[in-house]
Design a protein around this ligand. Sequence first.
Ligand SMILES: [Zn+2]
Length: 302
Amino acid sequence: MTATKGSTVPMKPADWTKNLPRPAYKNLKKISAEDNWFSVYDLGHGTYAIYEDGQYEESISYLLLGKDRALLVDTGNGIANLRAQVRELTGLPVLLVNTHHHIDHVGSNYLFDEIAAFDDDMGLARRTAALGYFHEKAKTYIGGSAVWKPYPEGFDPAAFCIPPYRITRWLIDGEIFDLGGREVEVLHTPGHSPDSICLLDRGARMLWVGDMFYTGQIYTWLAGGDLNLLIRSYRRLVDLSSHYDLLMPSHNEPAIEKEMLRKALDGAVQVRDGSGEYIVLEGGRRKYDFGRFAFITGPDGK
Ligand SMILES: [Zn+2]
């Protein structure tokens, strides 16, 4: 997910907290967190989910530990100190990689020194790193019913913005992060955004999918979104499905069964072919509901 660019389409209804706690968390091992802002879960295989359940994006960052290095996937909304939270979990050197560069994935990027990114055609990663996101946009992520937890100590809503950050490594499709006894492969999977990547850990049998899939409303209508590319990316991931069991989305719930990706592919094909049923939202955008997930397209169904 990401911002609504000033539109009136609600990201989530005002009563979004009634979904909490979400069912997937019942079976996960919660561990104590440095800052009450984050809820931290041990997913096994040296993998942690750092969940921002106090804010309506319900962003999830992940920490993957190898023997020599740690990989941090996404940094959420930047409301609490994610670096301190990560340091509580590991003393290893940390390389940060973002699944893409929308505001709700890069909030705490500025707190990290080593940042890898995919250089997309639209320059989304470069632009976001150079500018961050200004207060005018960032404030929409904390207004109204967006936050239910108390803000962390020292957080100033009136000054909230996403600071710029420095990308230190450009990625290519197929590249491998070697964490020491653990390898994670980069897959360029555009569709939600041009810079979207997935991360495949064949050893842990986990696939990080960013905003390509989560149990919620998946957007194809944002600038740089492309339904046809999303379908192509889904196909690529489904073709690799003998190498993973669990999907690790960047919102709402971690550790989702991989079969949902096939369902997302089927749903996206229905949307494209015009056979999917939809309702029209405010602003003309369409919502195609498939139960545990939905697609929100532009008024043209793309
Ligand atoms: Zn998102």
